[in-house]
Design a protein around this ligand. Sequence first.
Ligand SMILES: C[S@@+](CC[C@H](N)C(=O)[O-])C[C@H]1O[C@@H](n2cnc3c(N)ncnc32)[C@H](O)[C@@H]1O
Length: 264
Amino acid sequence: MSDQTEVRAADYGLPMYFDMQAKMGHTKHLGGTNATQKLAELCKLEPGKTLLNVGSGSGISAAYVAENFGCRVVGVDLLPGMIESAQRWAEAKGLTDQMAFRIGDAQDLPFEDDQFDALICESVNAFVPDKEKAMHEYIRVVKPGGYIGFTEAIWGKVPSEEIVGIIGEATGQQLHFPEVWETLFQNSGLVDLHNENHPVTMRGEARNQSGLVGFGDYMKILGRFFRLLFSDRETRSLMKYMSSNPKQYTEYMGYGIYSGRKPE
Ligand SMILES: C[S@@+](CC[C@H](N)C(=O)[O-])C[C@H]1O[C@@H](n2cnc3c(N)ncnc32)[C@H](O)[C@@H]1O
């Protein structure tokens, strides 16, 4: 293991389970393929276009977009372990010619102005402290006329204080109501705004998530998960907490899809 993987998510104020996910090679966002497919369509992705995927995590949905929409994908993530994991996934999928990954912060992107045809973030901005600054960066690096799209976990119905605490603890993020994301887009100067919100159900999520990872890969990820569970006490206590009552909090959660276009 390289020195880079010793950097911990907590060093960046990010949830501990990101370390586990980087080792497993599996991150996800609510809405899975459904959300990714919709974002790719809203952002008019197609062969010849270059996409920046901010907070690309394990690279699974970045690879899905590269494979299914034929565009070139650059992924950027704050955590070195995520970048390594995404590079491994791109290699395994034979997509290294079409994809590249590098370390970077959404609030200070390591790219020149007007570089990308589109930019997407899937379940990332809830973890970013200064959302306005990040939005400013997204608009800066996208070409005039290019698209920006987010999918974010949201409150699907008004939670009690207890539920806010449980979900905050289990997911490492403070969920927002859709208006927070809608307002961010409305104040950004982007045009042709689109937003839609979806409830989540356990069954619907299982279907959406399975679209991103085939059976063989899923078994490999599961194998890595069980190896971690046996070898790492932190992972064990985390999983005990997270699996204590998922049904109870799923009914409060949803996901939103938001997009806009940078004026010409
Ligand atoms: C919930 S995961 C989603 C990963 C991926 N988009 C997916 O759908 O599988 C959130 C990702 O955002 C990354 N992240 C969080 N804050 C970030 C920031 N300020 N800049 C870049 N990446 C960030 C995390 O390291 C993590 O990989």
